[in-house]
Design a protein around this ligand. Structure first.
Ligand code: SF4
Length: 184
């Protein structure tokens, strides 16, 4: 199976509790005004072999979980399920940011399978008029669903607002819900 993925980060601290691998999907049609990552909207770019990424997840060390973000992971739901399944099989926790609400995901083909593989879902469209930027929520209409007992609300709230990474080629990469509010 192939999937369009925007980026893969082997270890992040600002995309959920603890150290996590993050997979950003490429492609999103939901069109939230003020989206933080418009470069992820166009589908059909950056094709990856999903089995290879799943093997990378299975072999990962020094992380406690996998986070899926976007772009929109649920617009490539078969790939998302394969990656979440690989994380579960490896004993990793799972978290997903989705522009769809939990109710909408449950109505998607294979939506219930995806939900069953998640420990945490942060759901809903980003709304710039309700900008929040804390507790993993970009805007206050979004909700954090603790779908298993693996994490508590305080685990979610303790996630850093953002992080700055410097890639080997010198690129500076900002991630997290409010990376520009990082304390000095
Ligand atoms: S769902 Fe996410 S990636 Fe898609 S437009 Fe909204 S904020 Fe951007």
């Amino acid at each position: 199976m192939r999937a369009y993925l925007h980026a893969i980060e082997a270890r992040s601290r600002a995309n959920g509790p603890g150290a996590r691998m993050v997979v950003w999907f490429q492609g999103c049609t939901l069109g939230c005004v003020g989206c933080f990552n418009p470069a992820t909207h166009v589908a059909g770019r950056a094709e990856h072999d999903v089995a290879t990424v799943a093997a990378q997840i299975a072999a990962a060390t020094g992380i406690e979980g996998l986070t899926l973000s976007g772009g929109e992971p649920m617009q490539q739901i078969d790939a998302a399920i394969e990656l979440l399944g690989a994380a579960r099989a490896a004993g990793l926790s799972t978290l997903m940011f989705s522009g769809y609400t939990l109710a909408e995901i449950r109505e998607l083909p294979r939506g219930l399978e995806a939900v069953a593989l998640l420990d945490v879902l942060v759901d809903g469209r980003f709304r710039t008029d309700l900008r929040l930027g804390q507790g993993l929520r970009g805007s206050s209409n979004q909700q954090v669903h603790l779908l298993t007992d693996r994490y508590t609300t305080s685990d979610i709230d303790d996630a850093p607002l953002g992080e700055v990474r410097i890639a080997p080629n010198g690129d500076v990469i900002l991630t997290g819900v409010t990376p520009l509010k990082l304390k000095r």
